[in-house]
Design a protein around this ligand. Structure first.
Ligand code: FMN
Length: 279
């Protein structure tokens, strides 16, 4: 059983990489599975090597083992390996080269169409289908499933990166993937072996005090915690050739202007066009 490199790290070392030496949380129980989770990092450069036979099916078994709201299973996944389709999706997803490089690109689909077909075959109108709640259920379930696939992939020495930019041009992507009404791609996932020399450091996160509250929302220390984290991310960014150096600048860069949405400001229209009125 390959739990990848995770099990070689002690709890303290793994937490120091995730939070920095000065913000190691007082974590208790620990095992190889948690060490694997704590050592996650996105990878944006891939070797072209094919995956071992059955890898896709293994990842999907992990994905389908995630919890799913009311067992509705309102998601599907499309394994894209056709180089032309991957190139087209890459072009529509801010030109991210790793989509073309990776041997397996998984397009995760919020899918209420299967249940709609069930209703049609049973002669029943599923009244909840047009509601925002139903889309949210489908998108959440797709994300939970995909994250199980990510963990499974990392546990066998593979790397991944999510592709939210697949929503930049959701209708064009839908055409490429042959998506019917009642479905939409919510994000992609590159899967493969990390190329040599690709920056491979664990990215620090906010200290737990900034996001973990007890009984009531909030912490009085948020500004200081953010400043400390900005310093950590600046150092991380310098070591990893990232453009925006602090976390604050990255958030502002990503959330400060509509243009940063890369076309996702048109998402409601795309959802409507794909048969999600979002009532
Ligand atoms: C839903 C989702 C969409 C993402 N989309 C992209 C993307 O389009 N391109 C990319 O390079 N990274 C993407 N990421 C990866 C994040 O940038 C990454 O997880 C974050 O910077 C933290 O880094 P880490 O995963 O290495 O810890 C996405 C992550 C998530 C969860």
């Amino acid at each position: 059983m390959d739990i990848s490199h995770a099990s070689s790290l002690s709890k303290t070392d793994a937490l120091a990489l995730r939070y920095g030496e000065d913000a190691i949380p007082a974590a208790g129980p620990w095992n190889d599975a948690i060490a694997l989770l704590a050592s996650h990092r996105s990878i944006r450069g891939y070797r072209s090597d094919a995956l071992p036979d059955g890898t896709l099916e293994t990842l999907i078994a992990a994905a389908q083992s995630a919890a799913t709201s009311s067992n509705l299973q309102t998601w599907s996944v499309i394994a894209v390996t056709d180089p032309e389709k991957k190139a087209a999706i890459a072009r529509l997803s801010a030109g991210q080269k790793h989509i073309e490089q990776c041997p397996l690109f998984l397009a995760w689909i919020a899918d209420t169409a299967r249940n709609e077909r069930l209703g049609a075959e049973e002669g029943v109108t599923l009244e909840v289908l047009p509601y925002l709640e139903t889309f949210l259920v489908a998108a959440i379930d797709a994300a939970l499933a995909a994250q199980n696939a990510v963990v499974a992939a990392e546990s066998i020495g593979l790397s991944t990166v999510y592709i939210g930019a697949m929503r930049n041009n959701a209708l064009e992507v839908a055409k490429i993937l042959g998506l019917p009404q009642g479905t939409i791609g919510v994000f992609g996932l590159c899967v493969g072996y990390a190329a040599p020399g690709v920056a491979n450091e664990v990215k620090p996160r906010l200290p737990q005090e900034a996001i973990l509250f007890h009984d009531t929302y909030g912490t009085p220390n948020e500004s200081k915690l953010r400043a400390d984290y900005d310093a950590k991310m600046a150092a991380f960014s310098a070591r990893n050739d990232m453009t925006q150096d602090t976390w604050s600048r990255r958030v502002i860069g990503r959330m400060g202007k509509i243009a940063a949405l890369g076309g996702r400001d048109r998402l409601v229209a795309a959802l409507n066009a794909m048969g999600f009125p979002l009532r």
